[in-house]
Design a protein around this ligand. Structure first.
Ligand SMILES: Nc1ncnc2c1ncn2[C@@H]1O[C@H](COP(=O)(O)OP(=O)(O)OP(=O)(O)O)[C@@H](O)[C@H]1O
Ligand SMILES: [Mg+2]
Length: 325
């Protein structure tokens, strides 16, 4: 079933909280947001941020400690079966049968949703051909490469033609070309009116695919907006990263002394990498001036890197840390 985008809310999460009793881990702390039908919505955050916990609760496989989650208006706790009819889940850990072929896995999982067999067979082949698995259609799942297994895992989430698709790190470990293929496939699902909720720690993936991104860290949403607006609000433009031959404390002191100069108003120091970041608009145009000023400060550059405005800058500016791939 494909629903039309008429302002319907596909997923609504209110004051969600999850404490794992084992170790008293506060994995999710008071998260609230909603996803509109037809949107691609991403959770971007580092390891342990609470992404999988949230997605598992929203897709009915884990119970929350507090708060509510509704899928197309149905409550995940009291109306679990109704919720399950609307959703597909691609978990972070691979879930399929090793001793069935790619095609047989899809038919097996599709049958659980009671799709008419003729329709299911056609759809299974459609899915296989759209993620580049044609040649492996009749290979046992256990004989697939890691990236191919991940693609099979993804297809299983789609076999019941769900309206809302939960994808937990769908492109982890895929080669760049295959990631692109999956991205185009997901954008096609969106064109058909499907809603996608995905988690990722790839900044470029969140940027390219998402209508909106929630940046999650330590179980909390620290920013939520379209990639464009996140970059506009939190990034401050391009970033030039420097390392210097002089000691970092010497460099810090010099930047402080010159902090009134326009280029040096937004200098930050990333402790974990021992490098200095300078945020500026129009990075490439400003570089000659910037280099001249640095020379006049008697500092000697040992390494330099220009980074275009990206969600990585947003994450660093919000947390003071890098979000590593
Ligand atoms: N079953 C569990 N029991 C106890 N603690 C858990 C359990 N599952 C997850 N956690 C903890 O909850 C926190 C959030 O984990 P979660 O798996 O949701 O993070 P994530 O954002 O998906 O990370 P990753 O990018 O590594 O997949 C972590 O501190 C993790 O160790
Ligand atoms: Mg996870």
């Amino acid at each position: 079933m494909v629903l039309q985008n008429n302002g319907t809310i596909a997923l609504e999460i209110n004051h969600l909280k999850k404490i794992y009793p084992d170790g008293n881990v506060h994995a999710v702390e008071d998260i609230s947001f909603s996803v509109k039908e037809g949107e691609i919505f991403s959770f971007l955050g580092p390891n342990g941020a609470g992404k999988s916990t949230t997605i598992s609760i929203a897709s009915t496989t884990l119970k929350p400690t507090a708060g509510t989650v509704k899928v197309f208006g149905y409550d995940v706790i009291s109306e679990t079966n109704k919720v399950r009819k609307h959703i597909g889940i691609c978990p972070q850990d691979l879930v399929f049968y090793n001793n069935l072929t790619v095609y047989e896995n899809l038919i097996f999982f599709g049958k659980m949703y009671k799709r008419p067999l003729k329709e299911l067979k056609k759809y299974a082949d459609f899915l296989i051909s759209h993620v580049g698995l044609d040649e492996k259609r009749n290979s046992l799942a256990k004989k697939l490469s890691g990236g191919m297994k991940r693609r099979l895992n993804l297809l299983i989430a789609l076999v019941n033609d769900p309206d809302l698709i939960f994808l937990d790190e769908p492109t982890a470990g895929l080669d760049p070309q295959t990631r692109r293929l999956i991205w185009e496939f997901l954008l096609n699902l969106k064109k058909k009116g499907k809603t996608v909720f995905l988690t990722t720690h790839y900044m470029d993936e969140a940027d390219y695919l998402s209508d909106r991104v929630a940046i999650i860290d330590h179980g909390k949403i620290i920013a939520l907006d379209s990639p464009f607006d996140l970059k506009r609000e939190y990034s401050g433009g391009d970033v030039i990263e420097f390392k210097f031959h002089e000691a970092d404390t010497t460099v810090q002191k010099k930047f402080q002394e010159n902090s009134q100069q326009s280029h040096f108003k937004n200098v930050s120091y990333i402790d974990e990498d021992n490098l200095f970041r300078i945020a500026i608009h129009n990075g490439l145009l400003t570089i000659p001036d910037l280099l001249k000023d640095i020379q006049e400060m008697n500092l000697h550059i040992s390494d330099m890197n220009v980074k275009a405005n990206s969600l990585e800058n947003v994450f660093i500016n919000l947390t003071g840390r890098r979000l590593r791939d």
